[in-house]
Design a protein around this ligand. Structure first.
Ligand code: Q46
Ligand code: ZN
Length: 302
């Protein structure tokens, strides 16, 4: 690990990653051993490794798998579901499963087609749906905190995008932990300071079976492009990515965006599901589902 000027053998590496994670959990006040944690698992290396690490650290962590219904010729969702179930069974852990098609009538690609009238990628609708479901399950089943496997590369790419456009509203919401607000669970990203490469090494060394393929719709995305740009920078200046992220957190803490509105100032509960939304009335997810219901007769032709 050039950025830390550190080289470890397998045995010590597998101790180092959980130790670092525990340090970040405490440093950012993410959760404690009495909290009930729901880990969002996609079947990928980061989320399964996070679940593995939390359990090894003695936290009470259940998993949540959301079946998106994305096949794209490679059976992406069914394979990721199989791996999430396998991990849960092998470790005797509880996995909550939500199947979008069963719950909302259509899989993500169809919901997206309805929403976009057939144009564009499904990612916006997918992200919106995942956020809604994660919040709903965490709240309805009494979890204190929702943990996601975002690593440093993910966080730095989002930060890079938000900084390029100076999206203060989004910058304000980015951090290792987001406190709970009305209808929204507390969110934590315990891997936010670990490089993607470090997480891949952890998953492989721990023998975790995970889905190697990215979601087929991720191809060509802006976030992958930003990750490539940041990797070039990191290659020339080891540690650049980490410094970029950490300096942002420091700047935020010292009130760089102090004059901006705090999110709590402009959030209202959705009149249907109760989750926080920026506009009065229905949240974006409930508006989407309303639209899907209106167009139900047309859907069978898609
Ligand atoms: S948003 Fe888009 Fe991802 Fe959903 S459709 Fe696939 S790439 S899974 S993180
Ligand atoms: Zn709603």
């Amino acid at each position: 690990m050039r950025q830390h000027k550190l080289a470890l053998c397998k045995e010590h590496y597998l101790e180092w990653v959980p130790e670092q994670t525990e340090r970040f959990i405490r440093k950012y006040g993410m959760f404690g051993h009495d909290d009930k944690i729901l880990v969002a698992v996609s079947g990928g290396k980061d989320s399964l490794s996070l679940w593995d690490i939390l359990v090894r650290l003695g936290y009470q962590a259940d998993g949540l798998y959301i079946g998106l219904g994305i096949d794209a010729g490679i059976g992406y969702s069914s394979e990721s579901h199989r791996l999430a179930e396998k991990f849960a069974n092998d470790h005797n852990l509880k996995l909550q499963v939500v199947d979008i098609e069963k719950e909302y009538g259509q899989p993500i690609p169809v919901l997206a087609q309805i929403s976009h009238r057939g144009h564009g990628k499904p990612c916006a609708v997918c992200g919106l749906t995942k956020r809604h479901v994660m919040n709903r399950i965490a709240r309805d089943l009494g979890y204190d905190v929702l943990a996601t496997g975002h690593n440093l590369d993910d966080e730095a790419a989002v930060l890079f995008g938000n900084t390029l456009s100076w999206s203060v509203e989004y910058l304000l919401r980015q951090g290792p932990v987001l406190p709970s607000a009305d209808g929204l669970a507390r969110k934590a990203k315990p891997l936010c300071r670990l490089y993607e490469r470090e997480m891949t090494a952890y998953a492989i060394l721990r023998g975790i079976e995970y889905i190697y393929e990215e979601c087929p719709f991720a191809e060509g995305s802006t976030s992958i492009y930003y990750k490539e740009v940041l990797n070039r920078l990191e290659n020339d200046r080891p540690g650049a990515k980490l410094t970029f992220y950490l300096r942002f957190l420091e700047a935020r803490q010292t009130g760089l965006f102090a004059e901006s509105k705090e999110p709590a100032d402009y959030l209202h509960p959705c009149s249907n599901c109760g989750q926080a939304t920026s506009a009065p009335g229905l949240c974006s997810f409930c508006r989407l589902i309303e639209k899907v219901a209106d167009q139900a007769p047309l859907v069978s032709n898609l």
